[in-house]
Design a protein around this ligand. Structure first.
Ligand code: NDP
Ligand code: A1CAB
Length: 267
């Protein structure tokens, strides 16, 4: 796995900052390997600059970048491509984490550059995220792996269209889980718990359940059976939560379908 450095990160917002944190946690990219372009650099970008990264360097410095990560909103990326073009090395690999923007569009904007698409989760900040990778060249896939494999469980997609599905399930997925925790907290308060007890119980339950899923490797179905005693409290809840035809399965399917559709539109 080879990763050509230095790296130019364009956009250090929610995801760009998570990537920077992941580099720091795993150590596969050091601040001195990094240049950052961001209009209003946040805490993480500034911490990187204090540790030796080049923050908003002049365009003549961009030529040294061997790998360029595009982490701006899909709506703003054309302006970024215009600014970069003419100022970057022809061999630099373009790694886009943007939802919806296709390889064909990237190749039109960055003619001659190897490209890759990655759909990470913000969990890369902990060094244990998830990332789906797609590239149509060896150089592109090498760069994507080199950046993300140290800080994410990676899935390599053979079909670019599946990036839209990966975005809908995994890229957006952490927000679904947080929405569930928020709902559980609210329901705890509505059922008589104090704010802090509802918060601790809902969050702790998610974290301990996720640990069991991870550590046992068991299917959700088997783990559900271990919690739900026949005729007990869990069954009473699941009869509502997973009501056939109008329960969680249908709600999640409709939600993921909506995200998938939006991912296609963003290109
Ligand atoms: N957030 C997530 O969980 C995930 C996001 N993504 C993708 O990552 C990309 C970024 O998303 P996210 O981090 O959430 O968005 P943010 O808005 O938080 O971050 C984008 C950053 O880019 C900066 N920016 C905008 N224009 C420029 C420019 N011309 N030059 C330099 N920096 C610029 C923005 O600055 P300013 O705020 O000043 O405009 C902002 O700091 C999107 O394309 C999204 O699809 C993919 C997977 C997960
Ligand atoms: O919401 C979005 O569009 C981005 C892509 C996946 C997660 N956040």
């Amino acid at each position: 796995m080879s990763l050509a450095k230095p790296i130019l990160l364009v956009g250090a917002g929610a995801l760009g900052s998570s990537i920077l944190k992941g580099f720091r946690v795993q150590g596969h990219v050091t601040p001195s390997d990094v240049m950052i372009l961001d209009l209003k650099p946040g805490e993480e970008a500034q911490a990187y600059a204090a540790d030796g990264a080049k923050l908003n360097p002049l365009p003549e410095i961009w030529h040294s970048a061997k790998t360029i990560i595009l982490a701006v909103k899909p709506q703003g990326w054309h302006a970024v491509a215009q600014i970069l073009n003419g100022n970057i090395d022809k061999a630099a690999v373009i790694v886009s984490v943007m939802a919806g923007v296709t390889t064909t569009q990237l190749k039109q904007a960055f003619a001659g550059h190897p490209t890759a698409r990655v759909m990470p989760t913000t969990g890369v900040a902990t060094g244990k995220g998830v990332a789906s990778l797609y590239a149509d060249t060896v150089a592109g896939m090498d760069a994507a792996r080199g950046l993300f494999a140290p800080m994410a469980q990676t899935v390599e997609l053979a079909d670019e269209d599946q990036i839209n599905s990966a975005t809908a399930v995994s890229g957006s997925g952490p927000a679904y889980v947080y929405a569930f925790v928020r709902a559980l907290e609210k329901a705890g308060r509505a059922n008589g718990l104090s704010y802090s007890h509802a918060r601790d119980l809902a969050r702790g339950t998610l974290i301990s359940a996720a640990r069991l899923l991870d550590e046992t490797g068991e299917d959700p179905e088997a783990l559900i059976k271990k919690v739900a005693s026949p005729g007990g409290t869990t069954e009473a809840a699941l009869n509502i939560l997973c009501k056939p035809g109008e329960g969680l399965d249908e709600l999640i399917l409709a939600s993921v379908d909506a995200a998938h559709k939006r991912s296609r539109e963003l290109g």
